[in-house]
Ligand binder design. Structure first.
Ligand code: PLP
Length: 455
């Protein structure tokens, strides 16, 4: 048996179906088995150490060995390992978390419906919006506008919201009633010679046009991530959200903000809503809510929406929606402790302190011949890989450049993620300068090697 081909390696190939992996190639490539974590690092089964430049999947914001979260989980497991919120039952960690979360959330979001994943939270948003408009006596107002290259999950409804072709292809998605509008990336979609303000005006005009063509009376909501993550870390252009929000107000369209990645400090404020001046009617959170130590998510609602749901119960009786593990007490206890850690250690302040250094290191990569653009805010960024800098042309998918760079970076002990022609970076929020140095050190070496590889 070789070093890489351990028993676990063989058993994985035999039995595990891997999300977002080439299932055919996996049978020969096999997995990288990550066995343990420590601070900003993880270790594979052979003991090789990696700096986790993606916080796992944009989520392990407090790193991989936060004792307070382990203790919170243990205490809760010893007290009440499971209970639920159905039929007017409740439990202390669920109540405390709802209180703490709504206290830090943008103003007006005073109610929370818990579930276990970002997909479920966005799914619930779709369902509740349909329910809401039925209760308001406008059953035709049901369409939801999402954005191309936005990412909102993979369930039937949230996968429909996701604006990525490979998430839809052969899965019979998107659902009818889900529409997609422009992605706000000037680098990718600006016309030749078009300035960024002109681009912003054009794509927001397109949004208004779409609403008018569909009929505003049929459009219920618009969903957006403040900074799109999995679609390629798209940082919105100045003035974009201001104009979008004005259009939504004009046509009485609800604004759902997906803070699954951007929530809890990622952009240098508690929420992306604060960074970009967003006023959501609904907001979804997951990932950083528990530092990813437990699966938990939330859909936050305004009083107005919650009042309508209450009216629904006057009509129908019980609110007929709920998941067995919604607000799971262990997950809720861990999430509550996570919020306390963010507060006690001023994690958002820490992000604001290290972000300029992170972004300076990022900017230094902009001159690299394989880099078309760098973009970032707070501790989230992308390095756009290009085959032709002047023409902003990506490599052909068949060149396998993304995988090549990702693998070479791993050889240097750094985990990044290549998506949509870019290298995404989203290190733990506890990262210090030394971790940022290691992250960019490994990535720069891999990019230099890639240059030799393609020439
Ligand atoms: N929304 C955003 C912005 C995400 O990035 C993700 C996952 O990456 C989701 C929703 C879906 O979350 P989950 O994978 O927990 O279902």
């Amino acid at each position: 048996m070789t070093k890489t081909e351990s028993t676990a390696w063989h058993q994985d190939i035999a039995h595990v179906v891997h999300p977002y992996s080439n299932l055919d190639a996996h049978s020969t490539l096999g997995p990288t088995v990550i066995a343990r974590g420590d601070g900003c690092y993880v270790y594979d089964e052979h003991g090789k150490r990696y700096i986790e430049g993606m916080s796992g999947l944009w989520c392990a914001s407090l790193g991989f060995s936060e004792k307070r979260l382990v203790d919170a989980a243990t205490r809760q497991l010893n007290t009440l390992p499971y209970y639920h919120l159905f039929s007017h039952r409740s439990h202390p960690p669920g109540i405390a978390l709802a209180q703490a979360l709504t206290a830090v959330a943008p103003e007006g979001l005073n109610h929370v419906l818990f579930s276990s994943s970002g997909s479920e939270a966005n799914d619930a948003a779709v369902k509740l919006i349909w329910y809401y408009n039925n209760l308001l006596g406008r059953p035709q107002k049901k369409k939801i506008i999402s954005r191309l290259h936005g990412y909102h999950g993979v369930t039937v409804a949230s996968g429909s919201l996701t604006g990525l072709a490979h998430v839809h292809r052969d899965f019979d998605l998107p659902l009818p009633r889900v529409l997609h509008t422009d992605c706000p990336s000037h680098y990718h979609f600006g016309l030749p010679g078009e300035s960024e303000p002109a681009f912003t005006q054009r794509i927001t005009d397109n949004l208004e046009q779409l609403i008018l063509e569909e009929g505003p009376e049929t459009v219920a909501a618009f969903i957006a991530e403040p900074v799109s993550g999995a679609g390629g870390v798209i940082v919105p252009p100045a003035g974009y959200f201001e104009r979008v929000q004005a259009i939504l107000k004009k046509y009485d369209i609800l604004f759902i903000v997906d803070e699954v990645i951007t929530g809890f400090g990622r952009t240098g404020r508690m929420f992306g809503c604060e960074t970009y001046g967003l006023q959501p009617d609904m907001m979804t959170v997951a990932k950083g809510l528990s530092g990813a130590y437990q699966p938990i998510s939330g859909l936050l609602l305004t009083d107005a929406i919650h009042d309508t749901l209450r009216a629904g119960s006057r009509k129908h009786g019980a609110f007929a929606h709920g998941l067995t593990y919604a607000a799971h007490p262990v997950a809720a206890a861990v999430a509550l402790e996570t919020l306390h850690i963010y507060r006690d250690r001023d994690i958002v302040g820490h992000v604001r302190e290290v972000a300029p250094y992170f972004l300076e290191k990022l900017d230094a990569l902009a001159e690299h011949p394989l880099v078309g653009q760098v973009r970032g805010v707070g501790l989230i960024a992308a390095v756009e890989i290009t085959a032709d800098k002047a023409a902003r042309k990506p490599f052909e998918p068949t060149a396998g450049m993304g995988a090549w760079i990702q693998n070479r970076t791993m050889e240097y002990g750094v985990i990044v993620r290549t998506i949509a022609h870019c290298v995404a970076l989203c290190p733990p929020l506890i990262s210090e300068r030394q971790h940022i140095d290691e992250l960019f050190g490994g990535l720069s070496r891999a990019l230099d090697d890639a240059l030799v590889h393609v020439r």
